[in-house]
Design a protein. Sequence first.
Length: 428
Amino acid sequence: MTPIPNSKRQTEKKKPIRLTLSPSARTQIETQLVGDNSDLDVKSISELLEKIGQKEIALSKVDGDESISLLDVSIYKRLALLVAEPAAVFTSSLAFIERIMQKLGIESTEGVISTVMKRSICVLFDVGYTFPDNFINNPSAFLRWLSFCLVLDMTKQKGTEDFQKQSIKQEAINLKDFTKKINPSLKYMQVASRSHKMEAFKMKAIDGFTVSQILQLFKNQEKGFIEEKIHQRIKEGWSLFRGVWNSGSINESDVNHLPDLSTDFQSDLEKYVDLMNHEITDISIWSDKLEILLLKAAYNPFLDLMINEIDYYSSSKDEQLLKFKSICLGIEDSLHKMLSIQQDKLDEKMILVQDREALSKIVHDMIEADTHGCKIKIKPLLSWGHYPLMIIASELEKIGSLSQFNEIPRIQELIETCLISSDWNCDR
């Protein structure tokens, strides 16, 4: 970062903006780039940004500095934004981990929850870094699924009898009360998305657009947003939405003139709540059913929204939220260093890689090391076609065991869905 002499500042009226920084980043900037310790002659972060924008200070990338190049990695930027405030979705992910741990008899301390989430983040980074062309539209949903896989592996290592003896009895999730509380806000969202924050959130979580599609639509409407800003708007909109429905500020009478939302997702929510509420009698059947729902949410933004809000609703006591906030801050502070180490390891291993198969093996080996031997299936992270195939396999198994030959048209429909998937190819 170098001052540029003889630059003439443009005469423009300044406008306030909201700036979000992690505590470590702010400390680094204030101690090294502004004030008396800086050679840049700037007194504040605002003045520093103004001079960069006016090209009075030039930014340059130091060759070989991996800590800087990491900031350009797409999956890193997505993960860093996910854990930064406002961390509504990340809080839901931590609540899910705590509930699953308690259900399976695993001690759900801050340290253990943090370890599970950090390992899940490393797995997602490994895949996103080595296969950057693969589409991970919903990293939070995949983190939830990965966390579930890790906790399940911890349970299997302990043994079935241990989890049945140590499982903590939990307060049941009341889906009827939750639905009654959130539905007015969901209906209101259909007409209330006036701000960019709420508009971007609605387009992603309710309408089902991808971030790339939202970006293109905004460009067509001459709204000057870059991809990172879209992600930030979605986060802020999600946080606002949660505050609205949780406060109960919108009543059913305020929105009874609006059309009802589709109930296609309702059966999946009922299955999810049922799996989270009831005692586990067969861990294999229970885990298979829950895994299918978690992966479905990774490809269905609205189902993911509802599961996130259910997880928050079931774990929103003050002491739990303080616990999750502490975990979140700890992960945010350590994220850059943790993923820089991952990047260095991957770069070293990728130097002599020969083909896609060899690269896949590198990722598998890294994941096994990161998770201390847990066999994580990375297919769901690499292919949109994987989820339909899971459903097909499940349905074929039912047909084989129950002779339900009348279900053949349903299987054919699912196969067609799989084959027309845009990411489908034979080696996946």
